[in-house]
Design a protein. Structure first.
Lengths: 229, 229
DNA sequence: GAGTTAATCAAATCTCAGTTTGATTATTCT
DNA sequence: AGAATAATCAAACTGAGATTTGATTAACTC
């Protein structure tokens, strides 16, 4: 149990960061600043290495702070990881561009997936580590995805995409394929015969995937499932 | 360094397992048998938990053997992991059904991905853990995927799939989407609003994905990439 | 059937990495 | 200014878990 007086959920939602006096704009100690630095470093490291291989020392170094501050501000490595998840979900929820068409959204997804600062790989790590338990995070995520399903369903009604497809399936397909360069970089290198996943490759792949998705609007005759052969 | 006389690459390719005398068909000690048991257990555990979270004790327990035998037969946890990779690649190479059409192959992939004995998730673990180095395993894998690309290209020529698509991209899309239920079970539960990835869900998803792929044969007008808007 | 080798096991060891402890200042409050 | 509190750090602690060590005995050879 932490004997040191940890802070824990400060800043009651809507208040100014600079707590009381503005103070020399170059403080050497600033809780918010260091927390932010730790979080930024953590996203990159967790995303790149996954929870288990991520080293607390590594995160601290990149953040330029003492390792102990991670325990101090986030209780533990796991606490830090959860915090990242929370922030990411909030970020996603508010920045998801609703005006683009499905194919275009997925292109965005491909680009985002390979940005180390955005941690698109975290989704895959979480899925692989998943144990099936139904905690708060899970409910939050479910609500979010249920919403996505609704949005896509409306678009199907509007004719943007053939409505014989199950929207949930389409989202899963788009999302997983969109993440592919980030999740399977080794396969990508082999398939595209290159020794690195370059920005050009990212664009090319995004374009191809978008095209696949687009081809679902003017869809082919939906072959009767099963029953033949 | 192992001071105990470890075996290492025995059985020179094409020889009978029962080394010399058939012996009582119920031996209590049998190297091949225990190795096989360890490998089977290892696939399940590594696939489910990933390398880092897999516990050597756990594998040994499932295999019903003493933990130390893992070091004895495979040198280390990592040695065991590599061995699994080798075997899996060999297995894939020889059992890939070439007669099915692309969509049907992918359906197979979906089913295989959720079978814990087949370890489809290993591909995702490997990708996430990937460091970009070009070792023997990588070359082996690359060759295999290059071959897949060729096969698909021929099928495109044969008209099975629109040849304006990049075969490498299509394979990556099919493979990543095919693995989605195994890699993102948490999202799947949220999207399909269920609390478990049931066999019915697997079939449903496989069907949907196959349909998406099928719709690429009679493809929509390939909108000119970029340049507009 | 005696001796050698291979297979197996239980317990000791060792290392890595996250967390705690116990100072040491910067900041802020009065 | 002086006291109180918050932020920071370096070093010690600890636990988990893979690997080693050192027996023990089944199986095979001659």
């Amino acid at each position: 149990m932490a004997t040191q007086h940890t802070p824990q959920d400060q800043e009651p939602a809507g208040r100014q960061r600079t707590r009381r006096s503005p103070a020399p704009h170059e403080r050497q100690r600033d809780a918010e600043r260091t927390k932010a630095r730790i979080l930024d470093a953590a996203v990159e490291v967790f995303s790149a290495k996954g929870f288990d291989r991520a080293r607390v020392t590594d995160i601290a170094e990149r953040a330029g702070v003492n390792q102990q501050l991670i325990s101090y501000y986030f209780n533990s490595k796991e606490g830090l990881y959860r915090e990242i998840g929370r922030r990411w979900r909030a970020y996603e929820a508010e920045t998801m561009p609703d005006d683009l068409d499905f194919a275009e959204q997925i292109k965005h997804g491909v680009r985002a997936s390979v940005d180390p600062r955005l941690g698109g790989r975290l989704l895959a790590w979480d899925g692989l580590y998943d144990t099936g338990e139904d905690d708060e995070e899970a409910r939050e995520r479910n609500a979010q995805f249920q919403h996505e399903v609704q949005v896509l369903r409306e678009r199907q009604r509007a004719g943007e995409i053939d409505d014989r497809f199950d929207p949930a399936a389409l989202i899963l397909i788009g999302l997983s394929a969109g993440n592919a360069l980030a999740v399977y970089p080794h396969l990508a290198r082999g398939l595209f015969d290159t020794d690195t996943v370059s920005p050009e490759l990212v664009e090319h792949y995004a374009e191809q995937l978008a095209q696949v998705i687009s081809s679902l609007s003017a869809v082919a005759p939906p072959r009767v499932p099963d029953s033949h052969k």
